[in-house]
Design a protein around this ligand. Sequence first.
Ligand code: GTP
Ligand code: MG
Length: 229
Amino acid sequence: MGQSDQHVSQEDGVKPELLEAGRLLFAGEAEFFWAAAKADGLPEMGAPEFAFAGRSNVGKSSLLNALTGRNALARTSHTPGRTQQLNFFAIGGAPGQERLRLVDMPGYGFAAVSKEKIAGWTKLMRAYLSGRASLQRVFVLVDGRHGVKDSDREMFKLLDSSAQSYQVVLTKRDEVKKSEISIRMAETLKALEKHPAAYPGVIFTSSKTSEGIGELRAAFAQVLAERGL
Ligand code: GTP
Ligand code: MG
């Protein structure tokens, strides 16, 4: 299994059936269908939901595009704080017939945002995270160049208190030295030890090179399979 290769892919550890199931999940249609700026503006529950949370600029929208193989499904930006609503995407079927939904959440940890905005955002997040039976897992994206920050720890606490299943995904792998990749992954797992609600596995992705994207798709497939969905 690639033992002799210099570069051992993360996918080596994932069952081929799961990689294939994950690929198929994202091989079909993908369409934006709803934006919620307030807690009472959420769409009705339907297909299984997976959300992306993370600091501003960590690469949430880019990862959503990489997963679905679209360049501009979710708007990406050089200006942090761009995504300010919960944006819902129907995956694998037209809205109403989708296989699953992806939810792009507003970024946190952006200093230049007003207190009012942060308060409104926190309220929306709490409302969404606590009352959403169809939400299967939150992927918390952490910048692979910097590792877990205090604002990420706040997010972990919010998820712990919402009893919401979550998993960390490291981003921008293409900008991290090969020698630092396993160190960053180990540090991240260590930071998660205090958070029993966190899934004890980290995926290191790049939206630029697509590294880790197959493994992340497989993680979706695994959650759905485990829950009979
Ligand atoms: P907000 O919506 O503001 O919270 O940001 P976001 O988390 O959605 O980040 P976004 O996807 O808009 O990306 C922010 C910046 O990081 C953009 O300039 C992207 O091109 C860049 N970026 C995202 N993913 C990657 C990656 O895997 N590698 C590299 N090198 N750059 C990336
Ligand atoms: Mg965004």
